[in-house]
Design a protein around this ligand. Structure first.
Ligand SMILES: [Zn+2]
Length: 466
């Protein structure tokens, strides 16, 4: 009799939900490192629980020094790899369900990590269980790797790769279905310059703004010593803000004048959806003759209001999209200002080629008086849409869901896939489904857990046949 994968996925759903609840009960955002626990006790304890669950399921397991761990079946030279993560973003506020409780309501399982990425990881683990139950001859090893530092730097998988090497093929269940076959490359860095020159009529005392380097800055605050120019400054600032339809505030206290300027937040990979408050403040400072700020002058020259990198020679695109350039965070006192750069470069450009271009960009920053420091270039990821691996995975999704409307896609964000040469991101969020990953009341539909188990099991069968 032929093995019924769909039925097995249904039958295993209850066990999978229980396993997810065991992992969700462990608060696993990054904490201070302890001996043997490089990302703190939370991620470590979640890793140990994941390995325990894997052992109970009959898998061979290995702890890779607390940085990662894996469960494995099969034998053979080739290795099919899946990699998810057991760390989470902090619980945060605003929950109507216990974030660690694994409560079930209206067919949804609630809790931090139920979707990202404990739920998806457990679904893939049960897919591996189905392959093992099927008793089919395994010509390859199949491994599920538990990462512990996805949300805060992905250092755990870098350690894993160093120790254990890459897979031959596979996926990370940590994005959206149907399948992501390309991710833009990244560049992160900081730049700085003096805040004022001695000849400035008005001195800037401090400037700060931004929530994260990968978010378009939505609010920036600057305090200055206005001297005799208070009214003139307020007028100039109001004119600039009004002229650009920006919300603003001014406040006077103890001889200091504070400007607050609002933009609009957006993810750094889609800066066209936001309005960068830092860029506008710098353009205002650079345009107002009462200031003399090397930082703002340099900013105007090489960045300006652009989020495509035109002014520093970085504008480029391929068939999948344009390079994006975001300044997310700024901080400074009367001496020095520094700000962050987050670039997503087109996914068909190789890291080494981009490095040549970004070196040129840093030189241009230098010529504009801005010193770039702590910069690093991250890889891009691109797999042909019709490569055997991408087709094998996509087919599993279509076979289970019948959905041919949603096509394989690319993105500007980054998953574990970029750290490996062998894999792409594949599920487990469904198009149009609201999981609330990273937010309050994160949840997953239990029926989606069932279909994810089935999709991943079929995907593994397809990969075994490559
Ligand atoms: Zn994730």
């Amino acid at each position: 009799m032929e093995y019924d994968i769909a039925k097995a996925a249904k039958d295993y759903t209850e066990d999978a939900v229980n396993a997810i609840r065991r992992l969700v009960a462990i608060e696993s955002s990054q904490g201070a490192a302890e001996p043997g626990k490089p990302f703190g006790p939370g991620p470590y304890n979640a890793l140990q629980e994941a390995l325990k669950i894997s052992g109970e399921m009959g898998f061979e397991t290995k702890d890779v020094d607390g940085y990662a761990g894996y469960a494995q079946i099969g034998q053979g030279e080739k290795l099919i790899g899946m990699v998810g993560h057991v760390d989470c973003v902090p619980l945060g506020e605003g929950w109507t369900h216990d974030p660690l409780g694994g409560e079930i309501e209206n067919g949804r399982l609630y809790g931090r990590g139920t979707s990202d990425d404990k739920g998806a990881s457990v679904a893939a683990l049960y897919a591996m269980k189905i392959i093992s139950d099927m008793g089919i001859p395994l010509n390859k090893r199949i491994r599920f790797v538990f990462g512990t530092n996805e949300e805060t730097g992905m250092k755990g998988v870098d350690y894993y790769l160093e120790k254990e090497g890459d897979f031959d093929m596979g996926f990370t269940p940590d994005a959206g279905f149907p399948i992501c076959f390309g991710e833009k490359g990244s560049y992160h860095g900081y730049f700085s310059a003096p805040t004022n020159t001695r000849s400035a009529k008005v001195m800037i005392d401090s400037v700060s703004g931004g929530q994260a380097v990968n978010v378009v800055c939505n609010k920036v605050v600057m305090t200055v010593t206005p001297g005799d120019y208070k009214d003139q400054l307020i007028t100039a600032f109001s004119d600039y803000a009004d002229g650009n339809s920006l919300q603003f505030e001014t406040a006077v206290e103890g001889g200091k004048l504070t400007f607050t300027l609002w933009g609009k937040a957006a993810h750094a990979s889609t800066p066209e959806l936001g309005v960068n408050a830092i860029s506008h403040l710098m353009m205002f400072i650079a345009s107002c003759p009462l200031f003399d700020s090397p930082f703002a002058q340099g900013y105007k020259e090489v960045i300006g209001l652009s989020y495509l990198g035109e002014n520093c020679g970085m504008k480029m695109e391929d068939e999948f999209g344009e390079l994006t350039f975001n300044v997310g965070v700024i901080n400074g006192d009367a001496d020095n200002v520094s700000a962050s750069i987050d670039i997503r470069y087109p996914l068909t450009i190789k890291k080494d080629d981009f490095k040549v271009l970004s070196d040129g960009m840093e030189k241009r920053f230098g010529e504009a008086g801005l010193n770039v420091y702590e910069s690093r270039v991250g890889s891009s990821l691109y797999k042909e849409k019709d490569s055997p691996m991408v087709e094998a995975l996509y087919k599993a999704y279509v076979d289970v869901t019948g959905d041919t409307e949603n096509k394989p896609y690319t993105m500007g964000g980054g998953t574990y896939a970029k750290h490996f040469d062998s894999i792409v991101a594949f599920g487990a969020e469904y198009p149009g489904s609201e999981s609330g990953a990273h937010m309050a009341d994160e949840s997953v539909l239990i029926s989606e857990i069932t279909s994810s188990i089935e999709i991943y099991a079929r995907a593994l069968v397809n990969l075994l046949n490559i």
